[in-house]
Write a protein that binds this ligand. Structure first.
Ligand code: LLP
Length: 418
């Protein structure tokens, strides 16, 4: 259950009509429900109760500091993939002892920043990176805790762009090569080798790929144990899917149940990196209809949000529900919902049966809390939109709408052009 529901004909976020917020902050904007965020975090984290675990929210899905702070208060950590994410997380009050760092291309300066910050673990993805981390930690006179991200070659059966655990993907180290990498790393002076990690893909709607992966990782852990390398941290990554349209993903309880069963009894500390399952349905994008028009072929509803604000439909062909903020039970028609950007790929929905929207009306683009704002850009010199959080009958701007000055910040015209 999320907290974007109709009362009468009017769409509310918790106890506020969305139109009231739109009047105050303008459109478009991202809107998050505090109650939904809290409920989703607790449902996920609580499903692992009784198991020694850390829920490290995958902040690439949404990196607003207010949201990170909320999860940190709930006891969560974060999964980061860049120095910028580390900066945000620390600034938002996340405990560095609950930060794990993945990614195939960590720069030396980012490794250094993370070693200095005493994060929980580096999920390394190549032998060269392991060497580099050893070097960096040595220079700083520290020991870095290391896990190897293994590529288990399991098909997550999701969109190819968000599949990460197949052997043709760039991620991790081939699970068959992992033992030799572990042995090498264990011999390095400045590394504490005690973790193993994986992330096989995103928006998974089946449990079997998770279960298969876990069983492969367990075999590896046993093999390493026999070689005298003891794994303490098992990081299973993120990937649990959500309902955008008709999908029926497993509930976090079923997911946790399958992991509990697959893992059996042991002393491992489990790390989980959920992003979408917590954020996705806790946020929407609110936009205003500018114009409508029809050709012989099609109807178009032109709105003030565009692919720079929410790129998922055009990048992955993703479905996002389209709902009127004022639902007075009008006729429906089939239309493309498009933005003002000069690209044919600029759409939020295609050939969608929607209410007969009129110019000036507000539209809610649903399930946009994950990979919405965080993937937005300023293409076509469109300032990034505002982000708002609702709690009960109050709303709070958690990121101001960018201004035209923000757009040109840092740009310079060299003297020879003046
Ligand atoms: N851990 C790692 C190492 C990851 O790479 C990811 C996501 C996650 C955790 C979180 O996955 P989640 O629980 O959110 O599925 N932009 C795409 C999704 C890309 C996911 C990238 N990695 C989208 O909008 O669908």
């Amino acid at each position: 259950m999320h907290h974007f529901q109709y009362r009468g004909n009017t769409l509310f976020c918790e106890d506020i009509p969305i139109g009231t917020i739109a009047e105050a902050v303008g459109t478009p904007f991202y809107l998050y429900s505090h109650a939904t965020l809290t409920q989703h975090f607790r449902a996920f984290d609580g499903a692992f109760e009784g198991m020694n675990h850390v829920t490290c929210f995958s902040m690439k899905s949404n990196s607003n500091q207010a949201i990170l702070n909320l999860f940190a208060r709930e006891g969560g950590g974060v999964d980061i993939v860049s120095g910028g994410e580390l900066y945000r997380a620390l600034k938002a009050g996340v405990d560095p002892g609950k930060i794990v760092y993945s990614g195939v291309g960590k720069r030396a300066e980012d490794l250094e920043y993370a070693v200095k910050s005493d994060i929980l673990m580096f999920n390394t993805e190549s032998s060269q990176e392991i060497l580099r981390l050893n070097e960096v930690a040595g220079k700083l006179g520290k020991k870095a805790r290391v896990g190897i991200r293994v590529n288990p070659d399991v098909d997550p059966q999701t969109h190819p762009y968000i599949s990460t655990g197949l052997k043709e993907n760039k991620f991790g180290i081939d699970i068959r090569k992992a033992p030799e990498e572990y042995t090498r790393a264990a011999g390095m002076e400045n590394l504490l080798v005690s973790g193993i990690s994986c992330h096989i893909g995103s928006q998974l709607t089946l449990l079997s790929p998770f279960v298969d992966t876990l069983s492969r990782l367990k075999d590896l852990i046993q093999e390493l144990d026999r070689a005298g390398i003891h794994i303490e941290y098992l990081d299973l990554g993120g990937g649990l899917g959500i309902t955008y349209d008709q999908e029926e993903p497993p509930h976090p309880k079923e997911y946790a149940g399958a992991i509990r069963e697959g893992l059996g009894k042991n002393d491992l500390v489990l790390i989980l990196e959920p992003g979408r399952v917590i954020m996705g349905n806790a946020g929407i994008l609110v936009t205003k209809v500018l114009y409508t028009k029809a050709t012989d072929e099609k109807r178009f509803i032109i709105v003030d949000a565009a692919m720079n604000d929410l790129i998922r439909p055009t990048l992955y062909g993703s479905f996002h529900g389209i709902q009127p903020v004022d639902d007075s039970g009008r006729d429906k028609f089939k239309a493309d919902i498009v933005g003002p950007i000069c690209e044919t790929g600029d759409y939020l929905a295609r050939d969608r049966e929607v209410e007969a929207f009129e110019p000036g009306e507000l539209m809610a683009v649903m399930s946009a809390g994950a990979y919405g704002f965080s993937m937005s850009s300023t293409y076509n010199s469109r300032p990034r939109v505002a982000e708002v959080m609702v709690k009960g009958d109050q709303y709070y701007i958690i990121r101001a709408r960018e201004t035209y000055e923000d757009l040109v910040r840092g740009e310079m015209i060299p003297d020879f052009l003046r």
